[in-house]
Design a binder for this molecule. Structure first.
Ligand SMILES: *[C@@H]1O[C@H](CO)[C@@H](O)[C@H](O)[C@H]1NC(C)=O
Ligand SMILES: *[C@@H]1O[C@H](CO)[C@@H](O)[C@H](O)[C@H]1NC(C)=O
Ligand SMILES: *[C@@H]1O[C@H](CO)[C@@H](O)[C@H](O)[C@H]1NC(C)=O
Ligand SMILES: *[C@@H]1O[C@H](CO)[C@@H](O)[C@H](O)[C@H]1NC(C)=O
Ligand SMILES: *[C@@H]1O[C@H](CO)[C@@H](O)[C@H](O)[C@H]1NC(C)=O
Ligand SMILES: *[C@@H]1O[C@H](CO)[C@@H](O)[C@H](O)[C@H]1NC(C)=O
Ligand SMILES: *[C@@H]1O[C@H](CO)[C@@H](O)[C@H](O)[C@H]1NC(C)=O
Ligand SMILES: *[C@@H]1O[C@H](CO)[C@@H](O)[C@H](O)[C@H]1NC(C)=O
Ligand SMILES: *[C@@H]1O[C@H](CO)[C@@H](O)[C@H](O)[C@H]1NC(C)=O
Length: 482
């Protein structure tokens, strides 16, 4: 069979220089395309900027009513078969040069073990919109160069820990598992997938996500983790333990009622975007997002928060809200609550919140505030309150110290007085005009009597030694009672 002259000429010119041994390739290509057309598939050659390869072949079969994967022979790089009914995906025993394989809407419900074992050149595999239920450790074996795997809209239910691992899929970067009715992802799944950057688990039925990866198999490259529209009620502390470089975490449309700083501790350096929109969060624990220093985007809208405290958030610049985008409309914020006052301190923050929806629901439903800060006129800011408390404490301490100084001063003064005058004179004073005498005269009988009795007791004891000493002791006793 002779090739048309011009094709041959071009082919010989290019291929002969680089690949003399595939001289007969055009014949195979043409034949393949003829066969494809017979099966109502389209066949297309497309250029690759890579100079060393001549042509790449792509076969597209849509609505071709194929009963099974066609058996073309030849240098096929891309095979796309949509809207057919295969049920079972057989083992691919040719197409070893395939780079791209798309099998969407094909009613596939079973992938044969080792089906892709020899497709080592494949880097894009799309199996979305099928009925695939069971996946095991042989399902994706051999796909050493696979970078994108799309399993969107299947019925996988459970992700076993040994299906997506580094050993099987070492090059995988993007994995779509959205809309797969998954309710459980086994702990340690995605073990060691060090190239995985995007994991989409949106729209499943996961209620308690387990730890991703393991201590020996971290997901160093995981940047985007999408878990929106699941049924997550609670996050384990160790959930993100092995995804240290996560930048985007989407948890919108779940059933979280509270979040804690412990949840985000492992990703506090890397996390830039956190979406918690549409959960049931009614309280933010103190310092909840405080340590997330890279955070640029935080969406808390459509929750049940009455209060958002400044200290729950990272230290972004309030004055300019520079580099921080806080979305918090459609909560139950209480505009009478002074803990919310900081939110409306200046227009920049307000703009950053991008709300034109419900801001406060009490005392009234306020949707757009122009002179917002007037709402909080009677509020005292945290700093001001702190300042007042501190001041009060200082004044109190000062007063106590002053009182102590006065008391000791008086005591010292009296002691000095008693030291300065001779003891005999003291005794005389005490005897003649001391308060014992006065007490006797002016106060109740009992009191004076006891004082006198004390005095007598001392006098009796000391009488044997020295009368002066005994009198002095009496005087001291009186001092102490003063
Ligand atoms: C270009 O060709 C080289 C050698 O055949 C190959 O390694 C490389 O992957 C090709 N690049 C593309 C984009 O196909
Ligand atoms: C394939 O068939 C479906 C319905 O069976 C139709 O909606 C779709 O347009 C068809 N696509 C092509 C490319 O013919
Ligand atoms: C084309 O189809 C024929 C008959 O089925 C087959 O023998 C041949 O190998 C096919 N050629 C290619 C390139 O697939
Ligand atoms: C396959 O069929 C679905 C509906 O049955 C249709 O929406 C889709 O466009 C079809 N795809 C192709 C590539 O024909
Ligand atoms: C893969 O290819 C090898 C030869 O390269 C062959 O022996 C083996 O049977 C193939 N495996 C499958 C599952 O097709
Ligand atoms: C994840 O899946 C959802 C649902 O299919 C889709 O809307 C979203 O664009 C996907 N995101 C990424 C980053 O793949
Ligand atoms: C709003 O906050 C004020 C002041 O803290 C409080 O008195 C009031 O009860 C709150 N309103 C609601 C609906 O909780
Ligand atoms: C927000 O809504 C108010 C009235 O509901 C309207 O006047 C204003 O233009 C809106 N602003 C934006 C940015 O859409
Ligand atoms: C507040 O007002 C907005 C617009 O008028 C409305 O969409 C929203 O449902 C209202 N919210 C409440 C809690 O009444």
């Amino acid at each position: 069979m002779a090739c048309p002259f011009f094709k041959l000429a071009i082919f010989v010119f290019t291929a002969n220089i680089f690949y003399p041994k595939i001289f007969c390739q055009p014949k195979l290509e043409t034949e393949l395309c003829q066969n494809a057309t017979q099966l109502k598939c389209s066949c297309k050659k497309f250029d690759n900027s890579n100079a060393s390869t001549t042509t790449l072949l792509e076969v597209v079969c849509s609505n071709a009513s194929l009963a099974t994967i066609p058996n073309f022979l030849g240098p096929l790089r891309s095979l796309i078969i949509n809207n057919d009914t295969f049920k079972i995906l057989p083992v691919f025993d040719r197409y070893y040069e395939l780079n791209r394989l798309e099998l969407m809407h094909d009613n596939i419900n079973l992938i044969s073990d080792y089906a892709f074992h020899n497709l080592t050149q494949l880097n894009y595999l799309d199996l979305s919109y099928n009925d695939i239920v069971n996946l095991n450790e042989f399902s994706f074996s051999g796909l050493k160069n696979l970078e994108v795997l799309n399993l969107q809209m299947n019925r996988i239910f459970i992700i076993l820990h040994n299906v997506f691992t580094f050993e099987l899929l070492p090059s995988l970067q993007i994995l779509h598992l959205d809309g797969c009715k998954i309710f459980q992802v086994e702990a340690g799944s995605f073990n060691g997938m060090g190239n995985l950057a995007v994991l989409n688990l949106t729209g499943n039925k996961i209620d308690e996500p387990e730890t991703l990866g393991t201590s020996n198999g971290q997901l160093h490259s995981l940047r985007h983790l999408l878990l929106g529209s699941n049924r997550i009620r609670e996050l384990h502390e160790s959930f993100l333990k092995y995804t240290p470089n996560l930048e985007e975490l989407n948890l919108e449309g779940n059933k979280l009622s509270t979040v804690s700083s412990l949840n985000f501790e492992p990703v506090k350096k890397s996390l830039r975007s956190l979406n918690l929109r549409g959960n049931q969060i009614n309280e933010l624990q103190p310092k909840c997002f405080k340590n997330l220093n890279s955070l640029e985007h935080l969406d808390l809208s459509y929750n049940q928060l009455m209060v958002i405290r400044r200290k729950a958030l990272p230290d972004f610049e309030v004055e300019t809200s520079l580099g921080f985008n806080l979305i918090m409309h459609d909560n139950f914020l209480n505009c009478s609550n002074c803990d919310n006052a900081w939110l409306f301190e200046n227009n920049r923050v307000k703009n950053a919140m991008k709300f034109n929806a419900s801001i406060c629901t009490s005392p009234e439903n306020i949707t757009f505030i122009t002179a917002s800060s007037t709402l909080f006129k009677p509020c005292v800011s945290d700093d001001e309150r702190m300042y007042k408390v501190t001041l009060a404490i200082f004044i109190l301490i000062f007063l106590v110290v002053l009182a102590v100084i006065i008391v000791f001063g008086v005591l010292w003064y009296r002691k000095r007085n008693s030291d300065r005058y001779p003891r005999a004179m003291n005794v005389g004073l005490s005897r003649n005009s001391g308060w014992v005498g006065e007490g006797t005269a002016s106060n109740e009988g009992k009191f004076s009597y006891r004082e006198l009795e004390n005095q007598n007791a001392f006098s009796i004891d000391d009488n044997e030694d020295n009368n002066n000493v005994s009198a002095d002791a009496t005087n001291n006793d009186n001092d102490a009672k003063l």
